[in-house]
Design a protein around this ligand. Structure first.
Ligand code: TSB
Ligand code: ZN
Length: 643
């Protein structure tokens, strides 16, 4: 019997039933057959060696298609499991999926896997790879399967839960077989570059009620070069990791007794934060923002009225009972600012009203997603709520965008993407139900971006519950993106609180709100800056800008005088008057990434100068104190970000 195969270019070919995608690829070109990883058959991923039973559209996927990498990594996970079973036959298998960064496989075994074991397993994986074993798809009846997998209890559990009467499985050589939907690459020789990275604990099915497993993480790429690039980036990310640098540079700490996601800012981190706060408050002042202070908690009623209670409940800390009231820690600052807006009568002449606050808020982030300063449970946002007429939306949006761009320039941030974060009309639980409002808000933001000529991409289901957002996404060394700045259009909260302003017609009208955060939360922005600069902050942000280092006891008094002069000039100086060798002091200041080390010996003391050493450029020669101060101040005032 002959079947019709439609190829992506629309051409139709006839083949015998049972033809394999691999044969079709070979028919197109030997090159395609060589590059093929997997096929897409009627929209479904399909092994190259799996026969086709009827008419179908067939696309051959090569290393260029993103889905191929997932399949390839999944196949590498099978290779890992096969190697583990060869070396440690008593091991029980969990699951082994591909993930964004590679793949993992979960194993149950009483002995922990050591570094040395990982090395051996990786070696064995290469050995199996060299055997050029096919990934063969087979079928088993459930009844038979349960017998076959009798010594693999987790597989039995999965088969009982998920398998139909007949299910698919994949073999790799005579001994390895895995209950698996597939598809896979045709053979182990296709797998050219992989590395095992780490072992971590994991629970079977992710639940602490179940047994603990050992999860071996690895990664795989189509080429050795891609793998090396990735491993280099991974090294770089480790070197820059803000949690590691935060410890080494004494910026912040997390103490289990306080709780996860509740970092403590150490003196040096607090300086960086304070500099940032002062900076942004000043920029806002120049733009006509008025700064307010509001409490970190309020009665539940406030959030019932705003809609947070209905739509944002899961992200809030549970309420506290106080006499006859229920109070909650605020997850956002908007309701408080709204109450300030409505504390007096507003006229169209007063608009825009821009209320700003370094507002502290609390969110119940799940423990698994918490990370250092970048994702926390208690955070202080550079927040503001702008109350305007509908006609002012675009103008105000553009003014905020300018503020964002200025801040990024001053902070030295250059890599970012604009994301238009849309609602989801079908999700009434997460989002306020008002299609017309969403349509309008999303259109306004889209048009505002087009007017500004800025490129953006759209993401459904990323909006705030009350309205769409224009988010600015910053990526870390590994390419992982997070939202930092955000500009949000909101028609909902003004309605909920029945806000008004008196228009030129003497009647009451409803304002629109823009929620915006220019430099995100202090926590998240500092985490980013630590990684961006690998801890070597630009002079204007550095916790210690200059370390004054007397060489001998004789020089301490003059050094103290220099230190005080610097402090009075508004420079953050540290006097290291310990009775230690100056070389040790220099080394320590260097490790702390202090921009300038000012070495003071007899010669400098006599000439009222300092010997300047820069953390990157090394020895910069002696300079009169006044000259050093003037130069340093100029760099601080211009917010230079390059060393
Ligand atoms: C801008 N009501 C608005 C505000 O007026 C608001 O809260 N928007 S938000 O929910 O998007 O949060 C603002 C920013 O806070 C986010 O863009 C993100 O950069 C930062 N942020 C959110 N959650 C966390 C967290 N868990 N840890 C650190 N920063 C966070
Ligand atoms: Zn808000």
């Amino acid at each position: 019997m002959s079947i019709q195969i439609t190829l992506p270019d629309g051409s139709v070919q006839h083949f015998d039933v049972g033809v394999k995608p691999a044969d079709i690829a070979r028919g197109v070109s030997p090159r395609l057959a060589e590059d093929a990883i997997v096929a897409r058959v009627n929209g479904e991923l399909w092994d190259l060696s799996r026969p086709l039973e009827g008419d179908a559209t067939v696309q051959i996927l090569t290393t260029k298609n993103p889905e191929s990498l997932e399949v390839y990594r999944h196949s590498t996970a099978h290779l890992l499991a096969a190697a583990v079973l060869e070396l440690f036959p008593e091991t029980k298998l969990g699951i082994g999926p591909p993930i964004e960064t590679g793949f993992y496989y979960d194993f149950e075994r009483s002995e922990p896997f050591t570094e040395e074991d990982l090395r051996k397993i990786e070696e064995r994986m290469w050995e199996i790879q060299g055997r050029d074993l096919p990934y063969e798809r087979k079928y088993t009846t459930k009844e038979n399967g349960l017998k076959m997998y009798a010594d693999q209890p987790m597989k039995v559990e999965l088969i009982q839960e998920r398998a139909g009467e007949v299910f698919s499985e994949y073999t790799l050589g005579p001994h390895f077989i895995d209950f698996c939907r597939g598809p896979h690459v045709p053979s182990t020789k296709k797998i050219k570059a992989f590395k095992l990275l780490s072992v971590a604990g994991a629970y079977w099915k992710g639940s602490e009620k179940n047994q603990q497993l050992q999860r071996i993480y690895g990664t795989a790429f189509f080429s050795k070069k891609d793998l090396e690039d990735y491993l280099n980036r991974l090294e770089e990310a480790k070197r820059r990791d803000h949690r590691k640098l935060g410890r080494e540079l004494e910026l912040f700490t997390v103490n289990e007794t306080v709780g996860a996601g509740l970092p403590l800012w150490l003196p040096k981190g607090a300086v960086v934060r304070r500099v940032l706060e002062d900076y942004i408050v000043e920029q806002e002042r120049l733009q006509g923002y008025e700064h307010v202070y509001t409490p970190d908690l309020a009665k539940v009623e406030l959030y019932q009225r705003s809609g947070h209670w209905q739509h944002y409940h899961e992200d809030m800390f549970p309420p506290m009972k106080l006499e006859h009231e229920e109070m909650v820690l605020r997850p956002m600052n908007c309701p408080h600012h709204i109450l300030i807006y409505e504390s007096k009568k507003r006229s169209y002449r007063d608009l825009p009203v821009k209320l700003a606050e370094l507002g502290t808020m609390y969110r119940y982030e799940r423990s698994g997603v918490l990370s250092g300063l970048s994702r926390v449970r208690c955070m202080t946002l550079n927040d503001a709520h702008i109350f305007i007429t509908p006609e002012q939306i675009k103008q105000e949006f553009s003014t905020v965008m300018k503020l964002v761009e200025q801040a990024y320039k001053d902070l030295g941030i250059t890599q970012y993407r604009y994301r238009l974060s849309l609602g989801d009309r079908a999700n009434k639980e997460k989002y306020v139900d008002n299609d017309a409002m969403w349509d309008l808000g999303e259109r306004m933001l889209r048009e505002a971006m087009v007017d500004l000529g800025l490129p953006f991409f759209e993401a459904k289901g990323e909006a705030a519950f009350y309205g769409p957002k224009l988010d600015i996404q910053l990526a870390d060394v590994m390419g992982h993106e997070e939202t930092y700045s955000t500009i949000q259009v909101d028609f909902h909260l003004p309605n909920q609180f029945e806000l008004t302003y008196v228009g030129p017609d003497g009647k009451e009208h409803r304002p629109v709100m823009i929620h915006r955060a220019v430099i995100s939360t202090m926590e998240r922005m500092v985490s980013y800056l630590i990684e961006l600069y690998a801890g070597a902050f630009p002079l204007w942000l550095a916790p210690v800008q200059a370390s004054v280092l007397p060489i001998t006891d004789r020089n301490v008094e003059y050094a103290r005088k220099v230190h005080q002069q610097l402090m009075r000039a508004g420079l953050r100086s540290h006097l290291d008057d310990r009775n230690e060798k100056v070389n040790l002091k220099i080394r320590e200041a260097q490790l702390q990434k202090v921009p300038y080390m000012l070495v003071i010996g007899d010669r400098e003391q006599e000439s009222e100068s300092v010997a300047v050493r820069h953390r990157k450029h090394g020895d910069m020669g002696a300079k009169p104190v006044a000259q050093f101060m003037a130069e340093a101040r100029a760099l601080v005032d211009s917010r230079a970000t390059k060393d």
